[in-house]
Write a protein that binds this ligand. Structure first.
Ligand SMILES: *Cc1c(COP(=O)(O)O)cnc(C)c1O
Length: 376
């Protein structure tokens, strides 16, 4: 049997939407993007959504819109994808890692509090695997020390904790529509915010700081000079991406339901295996269920991946603690032992196949092979 790590769930409706876009005239940022932004903001209950080329772009522009620059420090977690930290570095600021909670892998609010210096300007929590961080605690800490919060919500469109959803207790939340995310346009991202000024700046910076977008000039039907108001980037989502995302918003809750059933199955079935642990989920949480990860004995993790790959099962590692990757080690002199919880998770974690099109037989097969690999 072959069980891929991920299979997308694109439907006939999604293909039709893209065809309709391609049969139209206007391919770059235009009416499909505007519609998607409206739909996305409404789903999340936030004031503004801005379509971008990636979550990395969203993190970068959020930091710039908050005025983060060289000499500033931004606190984040080493248990994440590298983009969380590289976005900070691209502004000239310094990423300051703090350890995560041992049982969830989420950034530890007490460790955040302890890492604040007079240079600290912002915090980037990451809602790992779809489990939201303690935004109320982080919001309290940020308010007390006059810090901004940008959420890395790449895993967490559908999540909620203590009645709070991504983007509601922060300055901005950043989302990814990369190929394996819960909704996808191959590549793509968005930023949400309740702050009109941040929204305005991000819109300006996503397209070279130009005073009008191509769609304005096209709609008006006559040529008009534009001005350059800021030195921006080329981070604008296009109509083709938005046309693919739009119909997926209609199925987002149904797909979440399906993944929540898969989660229940895996959780029950794998809970009986010795030597295997799973991340805890805090009460009062709606997990977005982006990834299903298990924590294996560190000394067996890599050989188990090899074994399961040979048995036809696709796997991923989300993530090895990023402060130990070569570039970060060289640049900032990070060493093993600095963030023991993140390191422990990073040496034990494996993500299993987890998506709506996964069948009951395939899930049972994944569990059987994992059990066999562990010698049980
Ligand atoms: C996928 C991901 C990103 C980057 O998203 P892109 O859209 O590929 O830039 C950032 N952070 C986390 C936690 C992610 O999983």
């Amino acid at each position: 049997m072959k069980v891929e790590f991920y299979r997308h769930s694109l439907s006939e409706e999604d293909r039709q939407s893209v065809l309709e876009c391609l049969n139209g005239l206007f391919l770059t940022t235009g009416s499909y993007v505007a519609q998607f932004e409206q739909r996305f903001a409404a789903y999340l209950g936030t004031g503004h959504a801005i379509g971008l080329t990636s979550c990395t772009a969203a993190l970068h522009l959020a930091l710039l819109a908050l005025g983060i620059h060289e000499g500033d420090e931004v606190i984040t977690t080493p248990m994440t994808f590298i983009a969380t930290a590289t976005a900070i570095i691209h502004t000239g600021a310094t990423p300051v890692f703090v350890d995560v909670e041992a049982d969830t892998g989420l950034i530890d609010p007490a460790a955040v509090d302890a890492a604040i210096t007079e240079r600290t300007r912002a915090i980037i929590p990451v809602h790992l695997y779809g489990h939201m961080c303690d935004m109320k605690a982080l919001h309290d800490i940020a308010s007390r020390s006059n810090l901004r919060i940008i959420e890395d919500a790449a895993h967490c469109i559908e999540g909620e904790r203590d009645g709070v959803r991504p983007g509601q207790l922060s300055d901005a939340a950043c989302f990814s529509f990369y190929a394996t995310k819960n909704i996808t346009s191959g590549e793509g991202g968005a930023l949400t915010t309740n702050d009109a000024e941040i929204a305005r700046t991000v819109r300006l910076l996503r397209q070279h700081g130009m005073s009008t977008e191509a769609s304005d000039r096209w709609r008006e039907g006559y040529y008009r000079h534009w001005d350059m108001l800021a030195c921006g980037w080329k981070y604008n989502m296009d109509n083709i991406q938005a046309s693919l995302l739009l119909p997926q918003m209609r199925r987002i809750e149904a797909h979440w339901q399906e993944r929540s059933h898969l989660y229940d199955y895996y959780h029950q079935r794998l809970g009986r295996i010795d030597g295997l642990a799973m991340p805890a989920i805090r009460p009062g949480t709606k997990n977005a269920f982006h990834l299903f990860t298990v924590w294996l004995p560190a000394e067996q993790r890599d050989s188990l991946i090899e074994f399961m790959n040979r048995e036809g099962i696709g796997l991923a590692v989300n993530y090895r603690a990023i402060h130990l990757l070569s570039w970060f080690r060289d640049r900032y002199a990070f060493r093993r032992g600095m963030f023991p919880n993140a390191e422990r998770i990073g040496s034990r974690t494996v993500s299993l196949p987890f998506y709506p099109r996964l069948s009951a037989e395939e899930m049972a097969y994944v569990c059987d092979v994992l059990e066999r690999g562990l010698g049980q």
